[in-house]
Design a protein around this ligand. Structure first.
Ligand code: SAH
Length: 349
């Protein structure tokens, strides 16, 4: 069975031709899926009964189901979604003044093994398909519709569990589907992929001709420290990663965000701030400082507010644009892999 939510427009057009249909069937199907929110083929009244039978036989409109739902006092919604094979993934909706941002997972588990992150503790179980990523947005949109306040997902960050560059093709299909005017019509500039730094993926992404954004999880300004925090740095150290990022900037002409988690006594010193300035000075990039979400599964401590602000000031004074990431859902398990770990009974060491 082929899930229609995973088919980007060009592929769906080709598929319709293979079915002996006209190309415009693809557009028609998109309208049913994304505008009219059809949940069954029977509703598709402008498609012949005969072809609807073919669709029922070979295609599905399955979406993930909600396994648990947590709503924070700030309105943040965190869902644990159950997929067709029983696997579970997290997805989070954050309400900004400028819109609703969803944090989408790209894999079940993750193989990157960052030492501070609870998503990767059990390794990767499998990649998510494009329909499972689109499904996260569809499910969140249906919750927003239930609120009756006219809300919908307006921004997407692929920053949930998983490494998007390790599931490249499915993530690109996902982006094209949500970005398509007749799909979910989310503007390219409102879509961001975050990677721990896989240079081949970054170069490929640069050449996709997309106007979407790239964020790099940097977290350390030198190899010695980065090796300790992120094992991917041993395969792709900074002198390999940074040229790929610069190439991305040149080809795409887009500004890169460097994510920098602040861990007390580890990477929050003035020396680190100084090294960070030297590493990214001269690029168009800017730094997003992330207050660490402490988890029982890892030993790191979050830097004090004073340290976070001192780090920010140092960057700003030395010509590097930086912001502090706003936090959401601190009263629920909204951080990175924590809900899934809890439901699966892994919250205690
Ligand atoms: N694999 C991708 C995307 C998923 S992780 C990447 O590495 O970018 C998304 C972001 O959350 C990364 O910057 C990651 O380092 C960060 N993160 C992981 N655990 C965290 C925690 N406990 N608190 C705050 N940020 C965390």
């Amino acid at each position: 069975m082929i899930n229609l939510f995973g088919m980007e427009m060009k592929k769906l057009e080709e598929q319709m031709l293979l079915e002996g249909q006209k190309k415009y069937r693809a557009t028609q199907l998109y309208l049913w899926l994304y505008e009219k929110k059809a949940t069954s083929f029977d509703e598709m009244s402008d498609i012949s009964l005969k072809f609807r039978e073919v669709l029922k036989e070979k295609y599905t409109l399955d979406l993930p189901s909600i396994y648990t739902k947590q709503v924070s006092s700030d309105g943040t919604i965190k869902l644990l979604l159950e997929l067709n094979d029983g696997m579970k993934v997290e997805t989070v909706l954050m309400r900004y003044s400028y819109g609703n941002a969803i944090c989408v997972s790209s894999q079940v588990g993750c193989n990157m093994g960052c030492s501070f992150c609870s998503s990767g503790l059990l390794g990767k179980q499998r990649n998510l398909t494009a329909d499972e990523m689109v499904g996260q947005v569809m499910v969140m949109n249906s919750l927003l519709r239930e609120e009756n306040r006219g809300g919908r997902v307006t921004h997407i960050v692929v920053m949930g569990t998983g490494e998007p560059m390790d599931n490249y093709d499915n993530v690109m299909d996902f982006i094209r589907i949500v970005n398509n005017q007749k799909g979910l019509a989310i503007g390219a500039r409102h879509i961001t992929i975050s990677t721990c730094g896989l240079p081949d993926g970054i170069r490929k992404y640069a050449n996709e001709g997309l106007q979407t954004n790239l964020a790099i999880s940097l977290h350390a300004p030198n190899n010695e420290l980065r090796n300790k925090l992120m094992k991917i740095n041993k395969a792709y150290p900074l002198e390999v990663l940074m040229p790929a990022v610069r190439e991305y900037e040149q080809i795409s002409n887009r500004r890169v965000t460097y994510e920098y988690l602040l861990l007390e006594g580890i990477n929050d010193t003035t020396e680190c701030a100084d090294q960070l300035v030297n590493l990214i000075k001269g690029t168009m990039g800017y730094v997003n400082l992330i207050p660490y979400n402490e988890t029982k599964l890892c030993d790191y401590k979050r830097s004090s507010n004073n340290r976070v602000h001192a780090f920010l000031d140092y960057l700003s004074k030395h010509g590097v644009t930086a912001t502090i990431r706003k936090e959401f859902g601190s009263d629920i398990d909204a951080a990175c892999g924590q809900l899934r770990a809890k439901v699966e009974g892994r919250n205690e060491k």
